[in-house]
Ligand binder design. Structure first.
Ligand code: AMP
Length: 392
């Protein structure tokens, strides 16, 4: 082993995304790995820093049964491939509630608090906790750090995070939290070297991945975001509808007789681009399709983004820059073009060539506000939080 390493873990219901970073610094992962279909026919892949596939033996029998068995097998493989001895694990945890406004080391009290937050994020939080518990039981001495998707939004003003519901409901923690915090932190960290005016001023960041949201940054801090109490709110997403009249949800219960589980499934897995197109949640498929339903899905998707950018600009008092990031934001030039053109009223003027050839700035140099494409790096933010906590 050539040095110490940080294991960054993003655990889903049946997947673990892992990345290994050197302990002594750097934003580039030494390698990344992904275990899919945990519990049923699991498989694993790994890539080096350049994105080239690394040789890994197939998962042995039983190793894909649970998060714990998968991690028990994976960690020694990652150490051997990277040459780094893992000394700390940083976890992406979806919900920190009111309690966690920054990353924290995990101890018994933290784990209890994370469990208390499960009702706020039933779809994600239990899997994040399962990964933390797995690391704990496998390597009890390893320092673990919980990094919250919600924490970056602790700076949102009270009036922007308060939902207009009765006090007895709000008292149960029902408010806007916001998510994608590591991604916004990464962009806020990059902005000063890219555009000092925007970094000190007002920037709207569009994180457009399978999940999607906007964040209104003022001087690098979150002041507004489109996701709400859950990651269902705001933009149209791969499988989630975003902003939807609550009356439509009542209709599902009262008139269609759907159960809470059916409604949950519809809202988390069957809506958004997938539900609109009846084809796919994958933007590449929709952009390549001639199907009218796919075309409508893309139009609804773009229209919502444009509308919400306007709302965000109003909330933060104007816009000095627009930033695109995540899978669609970084790669889907036609979507960026349509969004920038929809924001012409804000002054945005697309530079078509820069947009199509992967430029950092995709708007005309003489016009403001500029729009940038900045690749996100959520794992690097978690690795940096681990280093900070170890050195504290
Ligand atoms: P993420 O969740 O950040 O990995 O983003 C996933 C989304 O990015 C999916 O909808 C993909 O279809 C989309 N995506 C990735 N690459 C491209 C591309 N070259 N063109 C259009 N969409 C893309």
């Amino acid at each position: 082993m050539t040095g110490g390493g940080i294991l960054v873990v993003n655990a889903g219901s049946s997947s673990i995304k892992a990345a290994v970073f050197p302990l002594d610094g750097g934003d580039a992962a030494a390698l990344t790995a992904q275990v899919d279909r945990i519990g049923a026919d699991a498989g694993v892949t790994a890539k080096d820093a350049a994105g080239e596939r690394l040789p890994l033996p197939p998962l042995p029998g039983g190793a894909g049964d649970s998060h714990e068995t998968a991690l028990a097998w994976l960690l020694p493989q990652l150490e051997a491939l990277s040459g780094l001895r893992i000394g700390v694990a940083g976890h992406r945890v979806v919900h920190g509630g009111d309690r966690f406004g920054k990353p924290v080391p995990v101890d018994d009290a933290t784990l209890d608090a994370l469990r208390d937050l499960i009702p706020l994020a039933r779809t994600h939080q239990p899997h994040n906790i399962a990964a933390i518990q797995a690391v704990r039981s496998l390597w009890p001495d390893m320092t673990q750090v919980a990094c919250f998707d919600t924490a970056f939004h602790a700076t949102i003003p009270e009036a922007a995070r308060t939902l207009a519901l009765p006090a007895e409901i709000r008292d149960k923690g029902v408010r806007r939290y916001g998510f994608h915090g590591q991604s916004y932190q990464w962009i806020a960290n990059r902005l000063p070297e890219i555009d000092s005016t925007a970094a000190a001023g007002r920037t709207v960041v569009a994180h457009l991945g399978n999940g999607a949201s906007l964040c209104g940054l003022v001087a690098g801090e979150s002041r507004a975001t489109t996701m709400g109490f859950t990651p269902l709110d705001g933009l149209v997403m791969g499988e989630r509808p975003g902003l939807t009249d609550p009356g439509a949800i009542l209709f599902l219960f009262e008139e269609l007789g759907m159960s809470p589980e059916q409604v949950r499934q519809t809202l988390f897995k069957e809506s958004g681009l997938k539900g609109l197109s009846g084809l796919s949640n994958d933007m590449r498929t929709l952009l390549a399709s001639g199907d009218p339903a796919a075309k409508l899905a893309v139009e609804v998707y773009v229209r919502r983004i444009v509308r919400e950018i306007g709302a965000m600009a109003a909330e933060i008092g104007g816009i000095d820059a627009l930033v695109f990031t995540a899978g669609i934001g970084e790669n889907a030039a036609p979507i960026r073009a349509a969004v920038v053109e929809g924001c012409a009223w804000l002054g945005c003027a697309l530079d078509k060539a820069a947009n199509e050839t992967g430029g950092l700035c995709i708007t005309e140099a003489t016009k403001r506000p500029p729009a940038y494409v900045i690749p996100t790096n959520e794992e690097a933010v978690i690795a940096a939080s681990c280093r900070k906590i170890l050195n504290a």
